[in-house]
Design a binder for this molecule. Sequence first.
Ligand code: UD1
Ligand code: CA
Length: 469
Amino acid sequence: MLAVAILAAGRGTRMKSSLPKVLHTLGGRSLVERVLLSLSDLECSRRFIIFGYGGDQVKSLLGNLPDLEFVEQTEQLGTGHAVQQVIPYLDGFQGDLLVLNGDLPLLRPQTLKQLLQSHQDNGNAATVLTAHLPDPTGYGRVFCNDQNILTAIVEDRDCTAVQKQNRRINAGVYCFHWPDLVQVLPTLSSDNDQQEYYLTEVAKSLNPMMAVDVKDYQEIQGINNRKQLADAYAILQDRIKDDWMAAGVTLVDPDSITIDETVELAPDVIIEPQTHLRGDTTIRTGCRIGPGSLIENSQIGANVTVLYSVVADSVVQDGTRIGPYAHLRGEAQVGENCRIGNFVEIKKSTLGDRTNVAHLSYLGDATLGTQVNVGAGTITANYDGFKKHPTRIGDRTKTGSNSVFVAPVAVGADVTVGAGSVVTKDTPDDCLVLARAEQTVLPGWRPRHQSQPESQPAEAIQQSTPDDS
Ligand code: UD1
Ligand code: CA
């Protein structure tokens, strides 16, 4: 039987933040959620979150995850004191307790599995995950005898100059045989530089306690400050990008690209430089995304290109070309083989297949049919200052340049809307719509300060449109 306790009560003073440290996000997930994910290869009968500072925020973030038990540590008196809080919950428990610091977001599930395996195979009272760091500053140092039996863990600030030379560090991940640990926990003292109850002090009493080295020391990078948060992000990004490249995705200049681990990519997707893929995003095969694009919480079909554009909370179907400089947002739904061109914003609108919006348009709360051609500068005036209203444009309709649709308004199928029209009323199918002032021509007209030609004063000629019939 395995129980797990995640220590998440500390404030994380070195973050200099009002947000509890374990709620800081790394690549779209909080640190503590990442720790929970690293448990995925283990069968845990109970999972405790020790919370304290910012407890309401911690609970509201994790509250809807199943089978978590929240244990309050009202005062943060140290990591040992934090683990003491689970004593009443594990009365009579005969199994192992895995303890993890809540600020270790890069642990791999197999590392925890191996730690537990080694702990159980050796019948240890305790087993600690350790690493040899090039720069161990800030970490507790782990001392072992020649049988690899752990003799002491000394915090960086409590180390002598000689002890500081030791590069083997405590990762903050421990397996304990609970019946042994529960004997020792009440005996902890706070006789150290921070006057805290250190969990690491149990090393004095538990026997045998062993150290197991992690293979990849980057995994045990703890987050104590913003610099470490940024470093961890880089490590995480390298992992994600290496995995996608191995899965058949081309990343052009990977260092300039960021990809959340929640993103799904298909083989033969090409991601160009300065492109960022975030949240719940899926990109299907044959797409070329970037350079210079941001895709967030969006579903992109096969063979789509997105050039210097932003796509958020939207769906784009196969074969559509987006950009340069387009912005899709708020549940835009764009059909197959569409073209969304330069300086076009589409908000909460649905476009049928083969519809083109090539230049300088805003479509908001609009529903367009298939093969619509939206002329340059077409605008849906969807907001009356109080409410948003819908615009509907039927199949194969062509809107002239600079036309405005004052919503709510519906234009039929196979309609041609003259350039510069301000469309305020619904139209039937199959017609020409003109909603603009007629052109007036004054022959021989001059500005007032110039003299008029000798003949008669100019007489206005109304030119009816269309004038080319
Ligand atoms: C701790 C270890 C150190 C190890 C390092 C690894 C101790 C005494 N030291 O140091 O040996 O090298 O982690 O990263 O354990 N927390 C609580 N309640 C408290 C205090 C802390 O829940 O009263 C939680 C924090 O929220 C954090 C975790 O415990 O998630 C670790 O605390 P932190 O202060 O970061 O410990 P370190 O000084 O890094
Ligand atoms: Ca820490």
